[in-house]
Design a binder for this molecule. Structure first.
Ligand code: ADP
Length: 516
């Protein structure tokens, strides 16, 4: 910190001078708001091109050379080095959408940036930022009411998952896994339904573990209703599948029994035993295990041992002498998995006594692909979870935004005050989503939007959106392009909140560098 010094002015009144004050940048009022808007626009322009099924992926390279390929808005923004504070708020915005809903992270940024851009024009016209913020709030309420009005319910049950499958497939359609989206959609639906409590409309995400390992192809990915251990049985002649297994979970070295250890006899007396050992054992012990028909696994990692113990209701036994029948865990099936043409093997412990937990195991030819597949899967899991929580949906492809835009526009005309301008600006900002979707698909944005908008009004059909895939049909219900109502509502609320915040900033002081 620079030392403040006291000097006196012409009249002899003392005042304090802080030396680094000159280095502080300071922006005021409208000028501050407008410079933020420019920064926000720059950031939004980067993620904009990745919106929708025809959106482009981005390659992100971190300072130490790690490469990420993605089209997920939250990921792109999260990895960008952004120094502008409002741009940072956009990053936060995308993250909040991700945390709450898990999807729509690009859309929310596109919308927020459009709202800010519209606000900037109103500021130029001389409208006070606070009046704009108020108008936006009013418009947002109208838009949300419209969303409720146009929403549809999606029917599903544990026996009929067709609709959930379709939703998951749409979510995966714009991602790297789109080639195997059928399989990934099934994994997502199965995973959510295995851990969901349909009565309480609750999904405990903690119970879904997503793991990945380089090797094989995306099609080798699978869902395991239990625990996966990255090990194989200790002897090739041991059976690769054990039904109704009892598990001894030992954390002590396993040595050939001395003649008098009766405990060993105890285990052999229980049929279909299976041992988990974090420590190794020598070949002699291994042979004995094989002879006694005791499939065993060695070098199991610490966290995995705990997971196994919890899932199978077994106890971790630190000393061999302590092993007894009631400490054994149980599992319906322990089997070895082999992957494609590789010789790799893994063990899965399924039908566990004490756990509904599931593991999704993602395979792929390199780490980048696996990481992006995991992110895409996360989105699909979120979409399915959101529907379990609330099965109301609105239609995508910009259809919901266009319907809201029309509703807000209508309301604006009836509003007598200055807020009318802000409401109309809000309506225009909503158009940014269909415009961007059209642009990213190579369509003429303005023409496409104008045509859909007039058709929505004329045909009274709020399901019409941008036909990104050139199917010749704009009715998004036909393509099952939908967004959960709670997700779309969240996008509107978050984007409006962010704008209010930016519009209210009227003083920015960035402290100077104290060092020099
Ligand atoms: P986000 O990160 O915001 O979810 P996405 O890149 O996943 O961004 O794009 C989602 C947008 O693309 C939504 O507006 C959705 O309605 C739209 N969309 C997805 N699939 C289609 C499709 N087949 N046709 C038209 N629009 C689609």
């Amino acid at each position: 910190m620079a030392m403040p010094s006291v000097i006196k002015d012409e009249q002899g009144r003392p005042f304090i001078v802080v030396r680094d004050q000159g280095k502080k940048k300071r922006q005021h009022g409208v000028e501050a708001v407008k410079s933020h808007i420019v920064a926000a626009k720059t950031v939004a322009n980067i993620v904009k091109t990745s919106l929708g099924p025809r959106g482009l992926d981005k390659i992100l390279i971190s300072p130490d050379g790690d490469i990420t390929v993605t089209n997920d808005g939250a990921t792109i923004l999260g990895q960008m080095e952004i120094s502008n504070n409002v741009a940072k708020l956009l990053v936060e915005l995308s993250k909040s959408q991700d945390d709450e809903i898990g999807d729509g992270t690009t859309g929310v940024v596109v919308l927020a940036a459009a709202l800010l851009e519209q606000a900037s024009e109103l500021i130029d016209k001389g409208i006070h930022p606070i009046r704009i913020a108020d108008g936006y709030d009013e418009a947002c309420e109208i838009a949300i009411a419209e969303l409720d009005k146009i929403s549809d319910e999606i029917a599903f049950s544990t026996d009929n998952t067709d609709n959930l499958m379709k939703v998951a497939k749409t979510s995966l359609g714009s991602k790297i896994v789109s080639k195997s989206h059928e399989q990934f959609a099934k994994i997502a639906v199965d995973a959510v339904l295995s851990v969901a409590d349909l009565e309480r409309k609750d999904v405990d995400f903690e119970l879904i573990k997503v793991d990945g390992k380089v090797g094989g192809s995306l099609e080798d990915s699978l869902l395991v209703k239990g625990v996966i251990v990255d090990k194989d049985f200790s002897h090739p002649q041991m059976p690769s599948e054990v039904r109704d297994a009892k598990l001894a979970i030992l954390t002590c070295p396993f040595e050939p029994p001395k003649p008098k250890t009766k405990h060993h006899l105890d285990i052999t007396s229980t049929q279909r035993q299976y041992c988990d050992l974090p420590w190794g054992f020598d070949d002699e012990a291994n042979h004995l295990l094989l002879q006694n028909k005791l499939p065993a696994v060695r070098w199991v990692g610490g966290p995995e041992i705990e997971l196994i113990a919890i899932a199978t209701n077994g106890r971790i036994v630190p000393r061999f002498e302590d092993l007894s029948e009631e400490k054994l865990g149980t599992a319906g099936l322990v089997r070895e998995l082999t992957f494609g043409t590789t010789r790799e093997k893994m063990l899965v412990i399924e039908e566990c006594a004490n756990s509904r937990a599931v593991t999704v195991f993602v395979r792929g030819s390199n780490k980048m692909i696996i990481d992006e597949a995991k992110r895409s899967l996360h989105d699909a899991l979120c979409v399915v979870r959101n529907l379990v929580r609330d099965n109301r949906v609105v239609y995508g492809g910009g259809a919901a935004e266009i319907a809201c835009s029309i509703a807000v526009e209508d309301a604006a005309v009836k509003s007598p005050g200055i807020e009318q301008y802000a409401m109309r600006a809000f309506a225009d900002a909503l158009d940014a989503v269909p415009l961007t979707l059209a642009e990213n698909s190579g369509l003429n944005p303005i023409e496409t939007l104008a045509s859909i908008k007039s058709r929505q009004v004329k045909e009274k059909n709020s399901r019409l959106g941008v036909d990104c895939m050139f199917t010749g049909n704009n009715d998004m219900r036909e393509h099952f392009v939908i967004d959960p109502l709670i997700g779309k509502r969240q996008q509107l609320l978050l984007a409006t909140q962010l704008c209010r915040m930016v519009l209210k900033i009227n003083n920015v002081i960035i402290s100077g560098d104290d060092q020099n």
